[in-house]
Design a protein around this ligand. Structure first.
Ligand code: HEM
Length: 475
């Protein structure tokens, strides 16, 4: 059966280029080694794809993946293949059936409910939280003024954790004040082990993984993080049950969790935990990394930094107040800078989907057979000269001016993915990015050298960290 499948897949994709591979293993060796090397291999795959309509095939053992970096095919895949690839199964023990890894049928009904919770009006209510946490962030950063290079990511991550926890669960964590708690340590442990499993093939089969000492650490850490969220859910359930009949009209901010009670689907406590954990995982490092890259890029491109601060002065004068919903749409240049940062440093560099039905790809002229996998190479596509021109590697925020974007393919820029299963938190994320960037840039002048070599550890990281230098703007 296996041989028949393999032949069928080979035939369907005969016109696609492939890299030399080994018998049985195929190209699996490309994903073994350190994370910097893997990223370099991915770059080589992308280079090969660019020479062939942006598509290439990769055999990982018996499984065929078609990797895409051309917008026509990316659009079709992200519109039609809504089931996640099997590689996401490692997240299952942690995130269960939360939106991020939910199987297709469950996902459809749950996504509908979540969509109404994530609407703009709700998310705008969170701006006051963003502002308060941004004030703490600036206070913490102040210690680094004049100290030379430092890695800004850990400061930003503590701030985004505070924001995402408070708005998702309605609980203050004060990570910026207390960065070391058993919960946070457990969360970090799970992420480190998951990252190893994604890239070290020998840790992938459960029976081998269970022989290692990581398995115990993995299970215990997951248990601890679940217990933490379970307790919050229990408390919120009691509050909800107590208040549900007295037409509660208080103006207190409603966290995402508060809004998930009493919906058209009555979620169980376990489902609530899975959704909230998925949101706090998906929404934290992504926003923190994007802010950190944007700060570095502004530190390297002083003219852009000047333009950002001019725009901020027009909106805020000399005030350090938090951004309101009226201020946000006025930050048009900052928005272009953030988009350009997400283009060059796409923090979710690849998206993998399961092909559950045959899908015709118009760009490369082949039909993806059901049973294969597909990988959208967002990072590669965002740097493709075919899409962005010969200066694709150059930082140029004005690419995102409306007049320069009208002719661009709808699926050429996909930092939040694309189609029905795109990022549900994209507006929420954009609000966080703009509010925090606005507050930092009004307080500090930023300096940075090059970003340097990158590595992929689920998300995209610079090997040397996000090194910046800051001085006070008021001085
Ligand atoms: C700069 C910030 C962010 C980036 C770049 C980003 C990127 C993405 C991407 C690329 C996906 C699709 C992943 C895939 O299909 O493999 C995704 C999904 C998702 N994101 Fe985000 N995200 C960001 C912020 C957020 C925030 C703030 C939240 C929540 C508050 C969030 C929650 C989610 C969830 C729940 C999903 C799964 C959606 C589904 O499967 O229906 N993200 N995100």
């Amino acid at each position: 059966l296996w041989v028949i499948h393999t032949r069928r897949f080979e035939k369907a994709t005969a016109s696609l280029p492939s890299l030399p591979g080994l018998p049985l293993l195929g190209n699996a060796m490309l994903f073994i080694g350190n994370t910097e090397k893997i990223l370099q291999n991915l770059q080589n795959i992308a280079d090969l794809a660019f020479k062939h309509k942006g598509t290439v095939k990769i055999w990982l053992g018996p499984k065929l993946y078609v990797a895409l970096a051309n917008p026509d095919d990316v659009q079709v895949v992200l519109d039609n293949c809504l089931d996640k690839d099997v590689v996401y199964r490692f997240l299952r023990p942690w995130l269960g059936y939360g939106l991020f890894v939910a199987p297709l049928e469950l996902w459809k009904s749950h996504r509908k409910v979540m969509r109404s919770v994530f609407n703009n009006k709700v998310v705008e209510d969170y701006l006051a939280v963003f502002a308060a946490q941004a004030d703490v962030l600036v206070e913490k950063l102040d210690v680094m003024v004049g100290k030379g290079d430092f890695d800004v990511l850990k400061f930003i991550t503590a701030c985004t954790l505070d924001i995402v926890f408070e708005t998702a669960m309605g609980e203050r964590m004060d990570v910026q004040e207390k960065p070391d708690t058993p919960y946070l340590r457990a969360r970090q442990t799970v992420m480190t082990i998951l990252n190893m499993r994604f890239f070290k093939v020998w840790l992938q089969p459960d029976f081998l993984f269970n022989l290692t000492s990581y398995a115990k650490e993995h299970d215990e850490s997951i248990k601890l993080t679940h217990k933490f969220t379970d307790e919050v859910v229990k408390k919120k359930r009691m509050e909800y049950e107590k208040n549900k009949h007295n037409n509660n009209t208080d103006s207190k901010m409603k966290a995402v969790l508060d809004l998930l009670f009493g919906r058209e689907i009555e979620f169980t406590d376990e489902q609530l935990r899975e959704h909230i954990d998925s949101i706090t995982i998906a929404g934290n490092d992504t926003t923190a990394l994007t802010i950190a890259y944007t700060l570095m890029l502004l530190g390297m491109n002083k003219d852009a930094q000047e333009k950002v601060i001019e725009e901020q002065r027009l909106i805020f004068g000399d005030s350090k107040r938090g951004a309101t919903k009226e201020d946000i749409p006025q930050m048009m240049y900052l928005e272009r800078v953030i988009k350009e940062s997400m283009r060059l440093y796409t923090v979710v560099p690849i998206i993998a989907r399961n092909v559950d039905k045959d899908v015709y790809l118009p760009g490369s002229g082949i039909t993806l057979p059901a049973g294969t996998g597909t990988v959208v190479g967002s990072f590669a596509m965002h740097r493709s000269p075919a899409v962005w021109g010969p200066d694709a590697e150059k930082f140029d925020p004005d690419r995102f001016l409306p007049e320069r974007s009208v002719d661009r393919h709808r699926a050429a820029f996909v930092p939040f993915s694309f189609g029905p299963r795109n990022c549900i938190g994209r507006n929420y994320g954009m609000l966080i990015l703009k509010s925090i960037m606005s507050r930092i840039i009004r307080s500090y002048k930023i300096d940075a050298d090059e970003v340097g070599p990158l590595k992929m550890e689920l998300l995209l990281f610079p090997i040397r960290g996000h090194q910046i230098r800051i001085t006070r703007r008021d001085d």
